[in-house]
Each structure stands twice: as structure tokens, then as C-alpha cells.
Design a protein around this ligand. Structure first.
Ligand code: SAH
Length: 270
């Protein structure tokens, strides 16, 4: 038997893909690890919630820029089917591309990052996950309130109002009852179903419970309005707030609600 030196035995090149959190929009909120991972990309698959500023930073100074494909999936709009995105990620990673999927906020907070990781791992592709600052956190910070001020909340619930096909979505009265025990509610994808969300929560929480809507949190277009649970739908209409937005409900907003009930503001985002 001939022996080969260890240096001569090369492991097969592993197919690799990274799911990178772009944060809410402000490029300064991108992590150093995200930036370093983005610089490895030969193919960049970009979510439509990723800001132009973050994308520009990802491409800045690259002698050989990666191929960029926009694969938006915004609720209610025409978008690239999820199955197509997953097939593209898998086929390109297996073909040797360094695929980076740049996703708004954190890749594992809603937005189907979990399904993408599963599809990649099922094909033996190495998956790297890089956290980003999720929109719900940026939204609370935009208002200057913590999710969990200990005088008001012992925890936080991140909930999506978007129901899977064939499902009626979360039971808002149950979530309202949990919130009444001292949990801050951070609601994603809530704008299209705001009336249902409001009605369900009001079966368990008083209408005067502080609430807020933050649109484009952490982006230059950031706007917000502070209101009450009973005033949510009216507030959205009066101030023309739309997606993407986070709806916050809970006593951590109480100081704001007292100071500025139903107050719209252009926030001083970066
Ligand atoms: N992975 C993302 C969430 C994707 S789900 C994250 O961690 O932030 C998409 C929903 O996120 C939108 O419908 C909206 O509710 C929320 N969202 C995303 N970016 C936002 C932003 N900049 N401001 C407010 N809400 C945002």
C-alpha cells in the first residue's frame, strides 16, 4: 500500500451558503461579521427589505463584485416564489458559488430563514447564519423604550400577524391575555390585519393599553405614531402609515402614551 502525505489529501470543497442579517436599514447597524461574510460572496441574493445603503456598503471596494439578484418577497406584492429562491440557493451553492442570502433584520426572525437553512442542509450544504438587528428591536429603540423595562414587562413576545395558507393565524385574545400578565407584544406583518389584531387583543386588554406603530424602523424613512390599543386602526389611517411596520403594544410604552397620545413623528433615524 502506498502512503500519501496528509498534505496531498485534499478534502472535497464544501458547498457553502450564508444567511446574513442586514439589520433594519441603517448600514451602521450591520455587524462586522455580516460585512466580512458579505465580502466572501460571489452571488448575493437580496431581500426587498434590505436598504440600498446596506447593499452599497456590501459592494463597496469589491474589485470583483458579486452577481446581485433581487429576490423580494414582500407580503401582498408580486414576489419571487420561495421555492424558486431555495432552488436557486441550492443549485448555485452546489455549483461552487459562494452564495450569501442577505435578509432584512435577522435571518431567523420570521422571513423564512429557517426553511432556507433546512433546504440547504438537506443537500449537504454548509450553512452559516449571521445575526442582524431585528426590526422589532429597532422599532422599540426608535421610540426610546426597552422591550423589557422591569417596572412594566417581564418578557416580550415576537408575533407575526401573517397567517400561513390554511391557518387562521394567532389567537389574539390568548396573546392579549399573556400580554396582560406583563409581556410586551411586538407584532410583525400586522398592518394588513390590524383591525383583527386590535379586536382580538381588546377582548383581553383594556382599550387604553399603550400602543405604537413604527414604519421603516431604523431607516432614513422612519416614521412612528404613539396611540392606544383602542386607537390603533384610526391612528394608522389618520397618519397614512403602512408596511413595513412594527406594532408595539404594552405598558413599556406608557410614558410615551401619556406624553403624546396619538402623536405622529418623523423619527430621527440615521
Ligand atoms: N427578518 C425580519 C422580519 C421579516 S418579516 C426582521 O428580523 O426584521 C417582514 C416584516 O418585518 C414586515 O412586514 C414588518 O412587519 C417587519 N419589518 C421589516 N423591516 C422593517 C422595518 N425597517 N421597519 C418596520 N418593520 C419592519
Amino acid at each position: 500500500m502506498t502512503s500519501r502525505s496528509p498534505a496531498a489529501i485534499r478534502p472535497p470543497a464544501r458547498a457553502w451558503c450564508a444567511l446574513v442579517g442586514a439589520g433594519p436599514g441603517d448600514p451602521e447597524l450591520l455587524t462586522l461579521k455580516a460585512l466580512r461574510t458579505l465580502r466572501k460572496a460571489t452571488l448575493l441574493l437580496v431581500d426587498d427589505l434590505v436598504s440600498d445603503e446596506v447593499l452599497a456598503l456590501a459592494l463597496r471596494g469589491r474589485r470583483k463584485p458579486p452577481r446581485v439578484v433581487h429576490v423580494g418577497k414582500r407580503g401582498g406584492c408580486r414576489s419571487t416564489p420561495q421555492a424558486f429562491i431555495e432552488r436557486l440557493m441550492v443549485s448555485q451553492a452546489l455549483a461552487g458559488e459562494k452564495v450569501v442570502r442577505l435578509k432584512g433584520g435577522d435571518p431567523f426572525v420570521f422571513g423564512r430563514g429557517g426553511e432556507e437553512a433546512e433546504a440547504l442542509r438537506a443537500q449537504g450544504i454548509t450553512v452559516e447564519i449571521v445575526n442582524g438587528i431585528t426590526a422589532g428591536l429597532a422599532a422599540a429603540t426608535a421610540l426610546g423604550v426597552p422591550w423589557t423595562h422591569r417596572d412594566h414587562a417581564q418578557g416580550v413576545m415576537l408575533v407575526t400577524a401573517h397567517a400561513r395558507e390554511g391557518s387562521s393565524g394567532p389567537d389574539w385574545s390568548v396573546l392579549g391575555a399573556a400580554a396582560a400578565q406583563g409581556l410586551t407584544l411586538v407584532i410583525y406583518m400586522g398592518m394588513a390585519r390590524l383591525a383583527d389584531v386590535q379586536a382580538g387583543l381588546m377582548s383581553a386588554l383594556p382599550p387604553g393599553t399603550p400602543a405604537a406603530i413604527v414604519q421603516h424602523a431604523g431607516c432614513t424613512l422612519q416614521r412612528h405614531a404613539v396611540t392606544t390599543l383602542g386607537g390603533l386602526v384610526q391612528c394608522r389611517q389618520r397618519h397614512g402609515l403602512g408596511s413595513p411596520a412594527i406594532v408595539l403594544v404594552g405598558d413599556v410604552l406608557r410614558g410615551l402614551a401619556a406624553a403624546a397620545a396619538d402623536t405622529p413623528a418623523r423619527s430621527a433615524a440615521a
